[in-house]
Design a binder for this molecule. Structure first.
Ligand code: DGY
Length: 319
């Protein structure tokens, strides 16, 4: 029997593409464009497996039209909100993700956004870059200090825990809300809040690290933003739809939220241009996991999952 045929939808790392080509017959387009619904449906008749990213959407409608040849979707992402899991399960298509390997990279970006938002990195960069920095003043770009401040974390999976670990090194006091309390070793002195509202009330800084599910979409709405202490800095490297953007914009305008660091938006690509009016908002284009080491690790994890599946074993990260 020949090698299984797989479709790699996007520009994965060279090491990933090399390994994939060694073990599989690979269909891959260097144009690096997101696969449309039509692409996914057409490709499902040509391949045994796919490595898509969160830019390819497997809605219930798309899943209903997939060819029975497609047996496995080995996502190159930890988030799987682009996949309608119940429909895929009903069709018997195996779905995997890449947990663990992107926690540090994403936590590092969250750290950058938290520091950048707290210390006016966007306004400062603009001031120097534009040549408009004409005098120094002790009142210039005065920011919010992290040491000693209380950091609220929503979601203590791999990324949330990595972020807590790094923030502890900055002398922040860690508080968290999670579906279940962590064991004492994983908690490492952090304070658990069973009620989200209780976490919000003590968060000088707030960082989101939960998946987008029907329970969490719109989590940070106007009422919850109002629970935060005035001047709270919000960081989102998880999914854009966890935050009601109109409510966050209102809170930034009123000053109730002091600053924000956003790597995720409701509309991607593109983001929300209304945030650009706020120079206390630092933005990145959904690149939390974009480091050289992590791209290789994500690609290899997706391939490990395919390898297990095609050997007739359960993939380690099967959902
Ligand atoms: C993930 O892995 O979920 C990241 O958001 C990139 O897709």
């Amino acid at each position: 029997m020949g090698k299984p045929v797989i479709w790699i939808t996007r520009q994965l790392s060279e090491a990933t593409l090399d390994r994939a080509r060694r073990d599989y017959e690979v269909i891959w387009d260097p144009a690096d464009k997101p696969g449309s619904a039509e692409d996914i449906i057409a490709m499902s008749a040509r391949v045994d497996g796919m490595i898509p990213c969160h830019s390819e959407h497997f809605s219930a409608d798309v899943v209903a039209q997939l060819d029975p040849r497609l047996k496995i979707i080995a996502n190159h992402s930890v988030g799987v909100d682009h996949c309608d899991l119940p429909s895929l399960k009903a069709r018997g298509i195996v779905v995997t993700n890449t947990p663990g390997v992107l926690s540090d990279a994403t936590a590092e970006l969250a750290l950058m956004l938290m520091l950048g938002a707290a210390r006016h990195a966007v306004a400062g960069d603009q001031l120097v870059r534009s040549g408009q920095w004409q005098s120094w003043s002790p009142a210039m770009l005065v920011g919010k200090q992290l040491s000693g401040a209380r950091l609220g974390i929503i979601g203590m999976g791999g990324v949330g825990r990595a972020f807590a670990r790094k923030a502890r090194g900055l002398d922040m006091e860690i508080h968290y809300h999670n579906r279940r309390r962590l064991d004492p070793e994983a908690e490492a002195g952090a304070t658990y809040h069973a009620e989200l509202d209780d976490l919000l009330a003590v968060s000088d800084f707030l960082s989101l690290h939960c998946p987008a599910t029907p329970e969490t979409v719109g989590l940070m709405n106007a009422a919850r933003l109002a629970r935060l202490p005035k001047g709270c800095v919000i960081v989102n490297t998880a999914r854009g739809n966890l935050v009601e953007e109109a409510a966050l914009l209102d809170a930034l305008t009123s000053g109730h939220v002091g600053a924000a660091g956003l790597d995720c938006f409701v509309t991607e690509p593109g983001g929300n241009p209304a945030f650009a009016a706020h120079d206390n908002v630092m933005m990145m284009p959904h690149v939390g996991s974009a480091t050289v080491a992590t791209r290789d690790a994500m690609g290899f994890k997706a391939l490990d999952n395919l390898d297990h599946f095609f050997r007739g074993e359960a993939p380690p990260d099967q959902l």
